[in-house]
Design a protein around this ligand. Structure first.
Ligand SMILES: Cc1cc2nc3c(=O)[nH]c(=O)nc-3n(C[C@H](O)[C@H](O)[C@H](O)COP(=O)(O)OP(=O)(O)OC[C@H]3O[C@@H](n4cnc5c(N)ncnc54)[C@H](O)[C@@H]3O)c2cc1C
Length: 396
């Protein structure tokens, strides 16, 4: 049989896209495949669970546009489907004059991006969060928390209710496209569809190469390691507490995050990963490591960010450094507060010339569309990304 649509990737972006396709074309035949035995096994199931509001991103970028809509849609979808979420808001905290200057730039950007923020001075910060200190802060009231695996599961249940098929444990190794159809194949057999959507996250570059498109970038895995605070510290803060990010990097910095399940986590750092899907510390996958070190773009990034890279590595190896990052804005944290917690691994696209791709990156062929770079805030933005992909497909 030839399906109307095949979606490759059962993370939140793939599942949201399958959902959008079936809502746009009711009655179409659709199959979604993922190599893992469960949906959301990679980035979607290993993140901070923050519903971002979209303040950071350059106005007009896909991230700025799709994140703002995504925050709204995620909350509406959650409310309609009994998925717990909380609009706890977030405080971005500057701890010195350099960060204060960057915070002012973020304030202007949030206005350009039409995102509500309140400027907060040091005294007001102390009143709102007595355990946090800083010279100034921005409060973003629309930021929230949720569990994205629950959103993915609810979207998937609706995909199946609309007649879509979900095949787990189905790795794809080859993709071939003709004028009439696209076929994906692997050890579990072949699937042919008139249209293919690829949302492969950490494997996006390999799937693009398998399809014969864009070979000028690699996915570089950046581990994000978290700690969890003891239960009696879970109410240390009531909002999300973020540092002011370095605008040259696509990462937001180690933050204190209440989770929807009542925990308080701190993290994630951003340290080079030597295994795209190896979560325990010290994981190495020979193929993944050789591909990173053999890629000229990685060497350029490493040279440009050598100091940041060294600091992140040190903080990953030694708890003391990690703790120092958090103590800048929450001085009373101690080593004993940092309990082991799971890590996530970000799929970050890097171009051959060493450009870290900040925005979402999408590439089309006549019968397929590939999401090549969908880092944070792609969980927040998944539903508008899906709408955008479907519009691109049907615009042809
Ligand atoms: C540490 C960390 C913190 C983050 N925090 C946030 C946050 O707070 N808020 C936010 O909005 N975003 C956050 N993100 C980003 C967010 O998690 C991702 O952008 C989002 O989950 C991407 O979804 P995806 O579907 O593209 O990728 P994934 O969830 O990685 O899904 C890709 C899927 O493709 C499948 N696949 C890959 N190759 C194959 C193959 N060959 N055959 C079959 N299946 C295949 C994989 O098994 C996987 O299930 C964070 C990410 C990380 C890592």
């Amino acid at each position: 049989m030839t399906y109307d649509f095949c979606v490759l990737g059962g993370g939140i972006v793939g599942v949201a896209t399958a959902h959008r396709l079936l809502r746009t074309r009711p009655g179409a035949s659709l199959v979604l495949v993922d190599k893992e035995p469960r949906l959301g096994a990679h980035q979607t199931g290993h993140n901070s669970g923050v519903i971002h509001s979209g303040i950071y991103y350059p106005p007009g970028s896909l991230k700025a546009r799709l994140c703002r809509a995504g925050a709204r849609w995620t909350k509406e979808f959650a409310a309609a489907n009994d998925i717990p979420f909380r609009e706890c808001g977030k405080l971005l905290v500057a701890t010195d004059p350099v960060e204060d200057e960057r915070l002012r730039a973020l304030y202007r950007r949030s206005i350009d991006n039409d995102v509500r923020v309140d400027a907060v001075d040091a005294a007001e910060l102390k009143r709102r969060e007595p355990h946090v200190r800083g010279v100034s802060a921005l409060f973003v009231p629309d930021t929230g928390i949720i569990d994205y695996t629950r959103v993915t599961a609810a979207l998937a249940a609706q995909v199946e209710a609309m007649g879509g098929e979900i095949r787990l444990g189905t790795p794809v190794e080859a993709i071939s496209e003709t004028d009439a159809a696209v076929t994906v194949s692997g050890p579990a057999g072949s699937i042919t569809a008139r249209t293919l959507v690829v949302c492969g996250g950490l494997q996006a570059d390999r799937l693009a190469r398998a399809a014969g498109i864009r070979t000028d970038f690699r996915i570089v895995p950046f581990r994000g390691e978290y700690y969890r605070l003891p239960a009696d510290r879970a109410e240390l803060v009531s909002t999300l507490i973020y540092p002011v990010p370095d605008p040259a990097l696509p990462f937001l910095g180690v933050h204190l995050s209440p989770t929807i399940d009542g925990e308080l986590t701190v993290g994630p750092n951003a340290v080079l990963g030597l295994a795209r899907e190896g979560y325990p510390k010290g994981s190495v996958n020979r193929r993944d490591a050789l591909e990173v070190f053999g890629f000229p773009g990685f060497h350029r990034v490493a040279r440009e960010h050598v100091r940041t890279g060294a600091r992140e590595l040190r903080n990953s190896l030694f708890k003391r450094g990690y703790l120092a990052e958090c103590r800048k804005y929450c001085p009373e944290l101690t080593r004993a507060d940092l309990l082991p917690h799971r890590a996530g691994i970000r799929a970050q696209a890097v171009l051959r010339d060493g450009t870290l791709v900040h925005d979402f990156l999408i590439e089309r062929t006549p019968r397929s569309i590939h999401v090549l770079n969908a880092p944070s805030p792609a969980a927040t933005s998944a539903m508008p990304i899906a709408k955008y992909l479907v519009e691109q497909l049907f615009a042809a």
